[in-house]
Ligand binder design. Structure first.
Ligand SMILES: [Zn+2]
Ligand SMILES: [Zn+2]
Length: 350
């Protein structure tokens, strides 16, 4: 079968491959329907390797690069390994992409995203930019009839947004400012609105601002120094307890604490490209603000699926482009060079 394989930075190929992982105990095989291109796929292509470890065999998956990319997917189960009871052949599923050991302190506490052995399907094992994928049965998230295959492929990035809001202690009715309207800013804002938060998006790119407006969010475009930006937010948005930084821009995080009230919380879900210059004394301690990091998700995909099934969250509205499997390498290059106002690019695989 043809698969989109990461070989090295700037070297992603369409290769003819066989399934590498065995259908061993606890594993499932599935026919891929849709798979989204993630910012981390673009990052591994353009600037990696980060999570991909050339020359190293992953402790849980047993695989080493080159690896088939793709971890945001929906699929239909075609075979199950010995002992699998979670799903059966024919089930429609999405995947919680996190490999985990299941026995460490983090896993036992439910925070498997912090498992020291963790790794992502599509980075530490072959992923879903291929007609067939094999992954652990515990990662399968069954989809109800109310969740389409397209929406199923969006559960993973939406779960990242939900996890970030949870990390900030978001409560229905309160205001949240989301910095950046890329794929993760967009999923965070969408989940926030579905949770009943009063969402304001801050985004400098006009095309992305238009996308945020079309999604029904309040939108601002402050400019200037970080202190000027924070002042603008306080004056236009009002009192803000919670800011989620999904921008990846160091200056955004430098401004974020000053946007919040005393006792405010700043959640960092983007990866700043260089270390930001935050003054912990002035910006955090003197106002007892909290700066929290958010990594991936843990038990969040099921909750996102329930929001979609209940009609509270329109996942498909985040899809701005559909491509074929063979287009994925070119899309990685385009998204690395100039993503324009694209939010989620989805490959129709099968
Ligand atoms: Zn992702
Ligand atoms: Zn573990």
């Amino acid at each position: 079968m043809l698969a989109v394989r990461w070989h090295n930075r700037r070297d992603v190929r369409l290769d003819e491959v066989d399934l590498e992982l065995p259908l061993s105990a606890g594993m499932v095989e599935a026919e891929v329907r849709f798979c989204g291109i993630c910012g981390s796929d673009v990052g591994e292509y353009a600037h990696g390797p980060f999570a991909i470890r050339p020359g190293r065999t992953h402790r849980l998956s047993g695989q080493e690069p080159p690896v088939t990319l793709g971890h945001e997917f929906s699929a239909r189960i075609t075979a199950v390994g010995p002992g699998v009871t979670e799903v059966a052949v024919g089930d429609r599923v999405a995947a919680d992409a996190c490999w985990r050991c299941g026995v460490c302190a983090a896993c036992r506490s439910g925070q498997y995203n912090l498992c020291p052995s963790s790794g992502s399907i599509g980075l530490c094992s072959d992923g879903a930019f291929a007609p067939l994928v094999r992954f652990p049965a515990y990662a399968a998230i069954p989809l109800s009839d109310d969740v389409s295959d397209e929406a199923g492929a969006l559960l993973e990035p939406l779960a990242v947004g939900l996890h970030a809001l949870d990390r900030g202690g978001a409560r229905a009715g309160e205001r949240v400012v989301v910095l950046g309207y890329g794929p993760i800013g967009a999923t965070t804002a969408a989940v926030g609105a579905a949770m009943g938060l009063d969402v304001t998006v801050s985004e400098p790119h006009p095309g992305r601002r238009a996308r945020a407006e079309a999604a029904g969010h309040a939108v601002i475009a402050p400019s200037g120094t970080p202190r000027e930006v924070a002042k603008h937010v306080r004056e236009t948005v009002g009192e803000v307890r919670l800011v989620v930084d999904a921008s990846g821009v160091p200056a955004a995080l430098e401004a974020a604490p000053d946007m919040t009230v005393r006792g405010g919380t700043i959640v960092l879900v983007g990866l700043p490209k260089t270390p930001p210059a935050i003054d912990p004394a002035r910006q955090l301690v003197l106002y007892e603000r909290t700066l929290v990091a958010s990594l991936g998700y843990a038990h969040d995909l099921e909750r996102v699926a329930a929001m979609i099934a209940a009609g509270a969250l329109d996942a498909e509205a985040l899809i701005t482009r559909r491509v074929g499997l063979e287009d994925v390498p070119g899309e990685l290059e385009r998204l690395a060079t100039d993503p324009g106002d694209d939010l989620k690019v989805l490959a129709e695989v099968g």
